[in-house]
Design a protein around this ligand. Structure first.
Ligand code: MTE
Ligand code: HPA
Ligand code: MOS
Length: 756
């Protein structure tokens, strides 16, 4: 369906979209400022707050001792205190919170707190942590075929170590929460979170009050990218604690610098791999160990590691695979969800491997990928059957779009005739599994109300963060009720309207919430059939069967006689008088998902999204600077609910992935303190970094496995396309130094070093 409406577009453009920062000031609100740890690992000897407490305007200084319930904010794994009572685990860990009448007073008072500590040695990298067996849970493994016997007899064997760096989320709106006490002992939290349920649950445990006393409301987020799925909880807990203890509104709000220093990021991984292949370049066996740098607390690291493992083979059918993973505890801020959730890390390794095999055998990089590609009926290493695989068709389209054969010849010719500038091509196929790998999260609810003027209000547990979930949910409801998208309001995500909502994450926002909204809207529509038939009968004087009615274009009409119709609005007025319910609740759970960790087998995903990218770069070998000359993307997404929004998601994600692997350089010192903690030292892609020729094509597909109205998720998978640029740069470097292996991210510095 051609769609141009975008519910937030006009609001964003005119500055009228409402974020938490736009909430009216609340009388008597206290402002929180935090004492952050100067050190990554230490034992606390003494924390003296007396001077801070005496500072004018300060109401309270709160720390570990002031928490009414258990000092525990861990969710999946309970290993994280709100404020550490004894052991500091990362630099910039919050240690205490000053609550004052204004921010200046709070800030001044924080400086008066004195901390005495005994320094402990920090572990900062995953390899050291792994050697010390610092894991949150024992090793996970997935195995298929017979890896050892293949390695014993394979014609070619190669091994290596591949590393990827982390990435800062760089959402525009920083971490924040405003907690407002109201009647009895209740709290209203305006919270920048992707997960209303988690915030409610964790605050409830921390304060020892029932969940129904905590209302979490999320109007919309100024970006999240996974950085507010779990990592928002800690700040919400602080605001809630402050409001609970003081019985006053409390605001916790990090500035950019604090946010970048104190919050976890994408996981750096180190992967040790071994591959067996034949003379044609067919992969016979793959043995990989993935080590994730999880930071100080488990957070979502184990789930992220698992998703990396589920994506370790990407688009390739590898009959003999051993995939092991260990999530390692280090003294960095707890690394967390970031668009792709481990999949980019797993995919990066196998793509590095396949590029290496292509080089060894002098094979075309697309040809070797097609040779190894999945076909329908193949099984993944975890035993999920591949159905409706699109990858071969996608390569054909990509090669055609990029005029691949000519491009390859042009690049070769350019390289033959230029000494200081080299061009390279990179290919990046993607197969991305859609569903939370934690099966229980794949459920959601929606509430639909039709008011008596015919306007509609929809609530889901989904959080709007720029991905325009609200428009997609409205598109779904508009199709069911046959009314315009503009007639539909999608409300904030609020625990009072939709409880027990899973995080808006895993790219499942529109699948889960769209389906729940569809089910609710269908109930409303079915409730309207009787009154509609009655009204049409009254108007026409002939008998009408409720089954004969069509809801479309703002009307209800008879399929057998489209001339006989009533407007949706008139119908609603009539239905109200007839005392017919004009609201409904919808519940959806994704069918047929399971995974058994003990045996490493199951069907963790409802379906896969496929796509591929091709990048052309030109590298200035003296400067280490590159230009991204061309980026082509073919992205399969079923029957799109909204092609412009999906296009925006693909473009934005690909550029975000490009930034990750080429310019975003997270640096910490030997004491584990981030030194690249603001935009002057941490470079994200800007408008001038866009490729000179950027072509994205959405490939519609008919998929029985797809989700609401045949659509497929778009949120995360396209981030991985950005990695095509990394491989293109590596090819360019290899024009000068054939054996070079580029380090990650491929900054100008890294590129120059690899050319040395
Ligand atoms: N797009 C924008 N503009 N802002 C975001 O924060 N987050 C991404 C993706 N697209 C994000 C975004 C991530 S990490 C996920 S999981 C999905 O959106 C979540 O939304 P969806 O499931 O509704 O696509
Ligand atoms: N993706 C994103 N968030 C999650 C997942 C996942 O697969 N599992 C648990 N939280
Ligand atoms: Mo997205 S990383 O699943 O929030």
């Amino acid at each position: 369906m051609k769609s141009t409406h975008h519910l937030s577009g006009k609001l964003h453009l005119t500055g009228r979209s409402h974020f938490i920062a736009d909430e009216a000031p609340v009388a008597g609100m206290l402002h929180a400022k935090l004492l952050f740890s100067p050190i990554a690992h230490a034992r606390i000897i003494n924390l003296d707050i007396s001077k801070a407490l005496a500072y004018p305007g300060v109401h309270r200084v709160l720390g570990a001792k002031d928490i009414p319930g258990p000092n525990q904010i861990g969710h999946v794994i309970k290993d994280e205190p709100l404020f550490p009572a004894e052991i500091i685990m990362y630099a910039w860990q919050p240690l205490a919170m000053v609550l004052a009448e204004d921010e200046q007073a709070a800030e001044a008072a924080v400086k008066l707190i004195t901390l005495e500590y005994e320094e402990l040695p920090p572990i900062l990298d995953e390899e050291t942590a792994d050697a010390a067996k610092e894991w949150y849970v024992p090793e996970r493994s997935i195995e298929s075929g017979d890896v050892d016997s293949i390695f014993a007899s394979a014609p070619h064997i190669m091994e290596g170590k591949t590393k990827n760096a982390g990435q800062e989320h760089f959402y525009m709106e920083g971490q924040r929460c405003r907690a407002i006490p109201f009647e009895d002992s209740r709290l209203l939290l305006h919270c920048a979170t992707q997960s209303t349920m988690e915030v409610q649950e964790v605050v409830s445990h921390l304060l020892g009050i029932p969940a129904h006393d905590i209302v979490v409301d999320v109007p919309r987020l100024g970006g999240a990218f996974g950085g507010k799925e779990r990592a928002a909880t800690i700040w919400a807990c602080m605001a809630a604690l402050g409001a609970f203890v003081c019985r006053k509104p409390v605001q916790v709000k990090l500035n950019r610098d604090e946010d970048m220093r104190a919050t976890g990021k994408r996981h750096p991984f180190t992967s040790l791999w071994k591959v067996a292949y034949d003379n044609d370049g067919r992969i016979l066996a793959y043995d990989i160990q993935l080590l994730a740098n999880g930071g100080a607390y488990a957070d979502l690291s184990v789930a992220i590691l698992e998703r990396a493992m589920f994506h370790a083979e990407n688009t390739y059918h590898i009959p003999n695979a051993r995939i092991r993973g260990r999530a390692c505890r280090t003294n960095l801020p707890p690394n967390t969800a970031f668009r792709g959730f481990g999949a980019p890390q797993g995919i990066f390794v196998i793509e590095s491997v396949i590029q290496q095999i292509a080089k060894e055998l002098a094979l075309d990089p697309i040809a070797i990928r097609m040779l190894n590609a999945y076909h329908n009926g193949d099984k993944t290493p975890y035993d999920q059957e591949i159905k409706e695989c699109q990858i071969s068709a996608i390569y054909d389209k990509l090669a055609e779009k990029a005029a691949y054969d000519k491009l390859k010849a042009d690049v070769a010719q350019f390289n033959a005739s230029h000494k200081n500038h080299k061009r390279g091509l990179g290919i990046m196929p993607v197969k991305f599994g859609i569903s939370f790998t934690t099966a229980l999260l794949n459920q959601g609810s929606a509430l639909v109300w039709v008011y008596i003027d015919g306007s509609v209000s929809v609530s889901t547990g989904g959080v709007e963060m720029g991905q325009e979930l609200s428009t997609k949910v409205a598109v779904v409801v508009s199709r069911v009720l046959g009314i315009r998208v503009e007639q539909i309001r999608v409300e904030s995500s609020n625990t009072q309207r939709v409880g027990n909502a899973s995080p808006t994450a895993a790219s499942t926002g529109s699948d889960i919430n769209g389906n729940a909204a569809r089910i609710a809207a269908e109930k409303v529509r079915e409730q309207l059939r009787e009154p509609a038939a009655k009204l049409l009968e009254q108007n026409s004087g002939t008998a009408v069967s409720p089954e004969d009615l069509v809801f479309s274009e703002g009307k209800v009409y008879l399929l057998s006689n489209p001339q006989s119709s009533v407007s949706f609005q008139d119908l609603i007025g009539f239905a109200y008088v007839e005392r017919v319910p004009l609201g409904a609740y919808g519940y959806y759970r994704t069918p047929d998902l399971w995974f058994n960790r003990e045996i490493g087998k199951g069907r963790p995903f409802h379906y896969y999204v496929y796509g591929a990218a091709l990048a052309e770069v030109e590298l200035d070998c003296r400067m280490g600077e590159h230009t991204l000359k061309q980026l082509f993307i073919i992205h399969e997404n079923g029957q799109s609910l909204h092609t412009e929004i999906d296009m925006g998601q693909v473009i934005g994600a690909a550029v975000q992935g490009y930034g990750w692997c080429t310019m975003e350089d997270l640096v910490w010192d030997d004491k584990g303190r981030y030194t690249s903690a603001n935009p002057s030292t941490y470079k994200i892609p800007g408008i001038r970094d866009l490729p000179e020729n950027f072509q994205v094509e959405l490939l519609p597909s008919q998929s029985k496995e797809a989700s609401v109205f045949g659509s497929k998720a778009t949120g995360e998978p396209p981030l991985i396309y950005g990695l095509a640029v990394f491989f293109a740069l590596q090819e360019a470097v290899r024009e000068v130094k054939p054996d070079a292996v580029l380090s990650f991210p491929a900054t100008p510095e890294a590129l120059l070093l690899s050319l040395k």
